[in-house]
Design a binder for this molecule. Structure first.
Ligand SMILES: [Zn+2]
Length: 469
């Protein structure tokens, strides 16, 4: 018995000692260890190839992009074949496996990029109805810029002020529908991974009143986070503000300033709101997301159209500020299929004005044929014109285009047979301190008319204009 006990106690002591050694040794050794080991081959020579500035993945939508990736992998394969660096591929067989996989994936991407054909649906994505005996009223909320500088007082305070503006406008006008005209949030000023928190705040006054809405994207909604310089001071970079573990984000690896992409913002809005008429647009146009059309129909006949409302993503943020040729083609196809004889009026909404706005911008507002109250800055248009304006001008059914983006402009100007309009800066976020308000649209049927004015947060209204003549 005594022998057994001795034996057991010795075993327990040895195991404890082993654990102690491991624990102490581990703690001491760990911080000083390199993160990975490489081994010199049997010949005693270790060769490294430096591949610099490959720039893979450029211009996927055109031929030259995928083609130059194929060329780059040719360069690398030639060099590898001659040099065969030890750590990239230890044997020739490995080299060839890596290279053939690269080749095949590039070839596949080339075929996808060049040979993809666009498949489009022929129906509008949503239906709205004019109530019997009433006009259909829409409120445009532009450039709210929620979520700025959450680490200071002024950021959250300006969001409270923006909520007040929206509530005042909604209570005074009681619209049938609300359009969020982009720059709903300022993603580049938002140090959290999940920007939908702020998006939800911005739509809350409309949602609380049971009013349906739709939204489109501006250049700030998914812009990459810009680190303030003061964060790189002696005190170092602050802790990330990670979402709670019960949210869809699981763990630290997702907790970063990567930001929330257009598609995630849109999917979140649609999934959690039955009142939302927003759509994520045809996949073929992604990453341009907010491209869709809603049909406004007559109250006594849901099949009798009063107007088509087109929402177009004018880019910015994670990609250039353009309405692409593919988007123009989508509009052309869609409008021809839904409204072949241009009989039904069409209204266009986007965030960044097109270059055509520059042609009508008045020098002096009161001496022009434009209607508005502020004319305080130069037009900041889309970066390029890729055909959408030609299409809009060519359709007599297109009555007006509405943009946000320029906070210091709120006019409507006639342009050829249609009107080019700005909304009104609604939010306390974003640049400019001009008084806040919202552009209101009023649509009546039989005969069709489109009237607009601006409702201010102090309750006044001004700049009434008929846009259907
Ligand atoms: Zn803005």
């Amino acid at each position: 018995m005594a022998r057994y006990l001795r034996c057991w106690s010795r075993t327990i002591m040895s195991v404890t000692f082993l654990f102690f050694i491991l624990a102490v040794g581990w703690t001491v050794a760990l911080p000083t260890m390199p993160e990975k080991h490489l081994h010199v081959g049997p010949g005693g020579v270790f060769k490294i190839a430096l591949f610099a500035d490959l720039h893979f993945g450029e211009g996927e939508e055109v031929d030259w992009g995928p083609q130059q990736d194929v060329n780059s992998s040719k360069v690398m394969s030639t060099l590898l074949h001659i040099e065969i660096p030890a750590f990239l591929c230890s044997t020739m067989a490995w080299c060839w496996t890596i290279l053939s996989v690269t080749y095949l994936s590039l070839l596949f991407r080339f075929i996808v990029a060049v040979g993809w054909t666009v498949d489009l649906r022929t129906t509008p994505e949503g239906y709205l109805q004019v109530l019997p005996g009433a006009a259909f009223k829409i409120s445009l909320f532009a450039d709210l810029h929620f979520g700025e500088n959450a680490w200071n007082d002024w950021g959250p305070q300006q969001d409270v002020n923006s909520l007040k503006v929206m509530s005042t406008v909604l209570d005074l006008e009681n619209p049938d529908f609300v359009i969020y005209l982009g720059d709903v949030i300022t993603a580049n000023n938002m140090a959290i991974a999940n920007a939908t928190l702020y998006w939800d705040q911005a739509i809350s006054p409309t949602k609380a009143r049971g009013i349906p809405w739709s939204s489109l994207f501006g250049n700030h909604d998914d812009a990459p986070f810009e680190w303030p310089m003061e964060w790189f001071s002696a005190s170092g970079i602050p802790q990330l503000q990670c979402p709670a573990s019960r949210s869809s984000y699981s763990g630290e690896q997702h907790c970063s300033f990567r930001g929330t992409r257009r598609l995630e913002l849109m999917r979140n809005e649609i999934a959690h709101n039955t009142l939302s008429y927003s759509r994520a647009g045809p996949k073929e146009l992604w990453p341009s997301i907010s491209n869709y059309v809603l049909l406004l129909s007559s109250s006594n006949d849901s099949k009798s159209p009063v107007a088509f409302l087109y929402f177009i993503d004018s880019g910015g943020g994670t990609y250039p500020e353009v309405v692409s040729r593919s988007q123009a083609d989508w509009f052309q196809r869609k409008s021809h299929e839904l409204n072949p004889d241009s009989r039904v009026p069409e209204i266009i909404f986007w965030h960044i004005p097109s270059k055509a706005y520059e042609k009508v911008a008045p020098m002096l507002l009161f001496m022009s044929s434009c209607v508005g109250s502020i004319n305080k800055e130069r037009i900041a248009p889309q970066q390029a014109e890729m055909g959408i304006m030609k299409l809009l001008e060519g359709r007599p059914s297109v009555k007006a285009v509405f943009a946000g983006h320029n906070h210091g402009l709120d006019w409507c100007c006639p342009y050829k047979k249609l009107w080019l309009c700005y909304a009104r800066h609604t939010g306390y976020g974003g640049y400019g301190n001009w008084p806040r308000g919202a552009r209101i649209l009023e649509i009546t049927s039989q005969p069709f008319s489109l009237k607009s004015w601006i409702r201010m947060e102090d309750g006044n209204s001004h700049s009434e204009v008929i846009l259907s003549s």
